[in-house]
Design a protein. Structure first.
Length: 421
């Protein structure tokens, strides 16, 4: 077990209130004394993409609506300028690259990066804390932007330290090591405050009587795996502070392999509460194609792009616990990735799902945590549904959710003639 606890020196660095701070710096204003929000000032219902630290101290959330802003504060409302933010992000990254090589830097988002400084401490003759302080001071001196940082022996602990503690400690730098796990990591509650646990997974864990990270860490790993598949196993490792991901590995080019994919541009903005129906419908279409080609997949990828006003998004992939063509199993991985990487309340306009690691479906796939009868039953049901849709059209059998206003499956099926894409 001890060999699972790798010891690197990882920094997770986040630019504080990035969009709002950039707008302040560009105007010669101090983000800590200026009431500024980034939002479309012409739309009362527009989402506030960022607020300054000054407004956060007043209890105004980063992601609200323009009409919810207090009327008794002279708030400056500015429209988002994504090109400016991207240029400023490049300036900050160039500062990081003055200290480390590009293979030891992983860009997580426009305002957040991981730096592996393990091999640089001897060269700079300082520990990871002082090197972090030197880096963030250099960022401030060259860009005017304030930084928070988490330091840990792996990427997970560095990230969670930054998310949970950095804003509350001296110098905006939080340091967690493995000895910190019981007093820091395990005390986190509600569970959705933990990186990688979204509200949906939190609800499922709460129903199992698990309310803190420590509760999950002390739970039977086999029961978690039986309930959630490989996600349950990863959850147990992460709640115990175990993460062997290397920054340098994340920068390697993925091996190209055969895959199938489908994406769609949405006709309106979708959010966390109504996007799952689109994700499931897209996956359902892909899994029917898998079964028609007698293939199984072992890897799922999810891409999300926000609307043009905001820009950006994310793309991540995840290996499955076993090769499958069952959309219900794969959907749990998609929702896990979505909950982990989606930024609350940002409007989504494009989604894409890919299924890779394809193999021939010559035999029935089994694992220790599944019942053969359940697998056989699901296969029979899927085969029957696929046969009916192939003969009578894809809109012949639809789930009840496909009748909701947010569904797009009926229209898409009609456009493609009701057959497999």
């Amino acid at each position: 077990m001890d060999n699972l606890y790798v010891k690197r020196n990882i920094l997770c660095i986040d630019l504080k209130s990035f969009f709002a701070s950039v707008e302040c710096v560009d105007r010669g204003l101090d983000p800590f004394t200026t009431p500024l929000v980034v939002a479309d000032p012409t739309r009362n219902g527009a989402i506030t993409l960022a607020v300054t630290p000054y407004l956060k101290k007043m209890g105004i959330p980063s992601r609200g609506r323009v009409f919810e802003l207090p009327k008794n504060v002279p708030i400056i409302k500015v429209p988002p300028r994504m090109h400016l933010y991207q240029e400023k992000s490049k300036e900050v990254i160039s500062v990081y690259l003055e200290f480390i090589s590009i293979e030891d830097l992983y860009i997580y988002s426009i305002d957040e990066c991981f730096l592996d400084v393990t091999d640089y401490l001897k060269m700079y003759k300082m520990d990871d804390y002082n090197l972090a302080r030197k880096i963030i001071n250099e960022v401030y001196n060259k860009t005017g932007l304030t930084v928070t940082a988490g330091i840990g022996p792996n990427m997970l602990l560095a990230k969670v330290a930054m998310d949970v503690d950095a804003k509350h400690v001296k110098d905006n730098i939080a340091y967690w090591d493995y000895d910190s796990i019981p007093d820091h990591l395990w005390k986190i509650t509600p569970l959705s405050k933990m990186w990688g646990i979204g509200h949906g997974l939190e609800t499922s864990l709460n129903k199992m009587g698990l309310y803190s990270v420590g509760d999950v860490a002390k739970y039977d790993i086999n029961k978690l795996k039986k309930k959630f598949g490989i996600i349950g196993e990863e959850l147990w490792y992460h709640t115990n502070g175990i993460d062997n991901t290397k920054v340098s590995d994340l920068n390697k080019e993925p091996v190209k392999e055969k895959s199938i994919s489908h994406s769609q541009v949405l006709f309106k903005d979708y959010y966390g509460y109504n996007i799952p129906i689109i994700l499931y419908e897209t996956l359902d279409t892909l899994c029917r194609e898998l079964r028609a080609k007698h293939k199984l997949c072992g890897l799922v990828g999810l891409s999300v792009q926000y609307n043009h006003t905001i820009g950006g998004g994310f793309h991540h992939s995840m290996k499955l616990g076993c090769n499958t063509d069952d959309e219900n199993k794969i959907f749990s991985y998609i929702t896990y990735m979505f909950d982990k990487y989606y930024q609350d309340n940002l409007p989504i306009r494009t989604i894409g799902i890919s299924l890779g690691g394809l193999s021939d479906n010559g035999t029935l796939q089994l694992n220790l945590f599944e019942d053969y009868k359940d697998i056989k039953s699901n296969k029979d049901i899927n085969d029957a549904i696929d046969s009916i849709k192939a003969k009578f059209g894809s809109n012949t059998l639809l789930k009840a959710s496909s009748l909701l206003n947010d569904s797009t499956i009926k229209e898409r099926n009609e456009k493609i003639g009701g057959h497999h894409v």
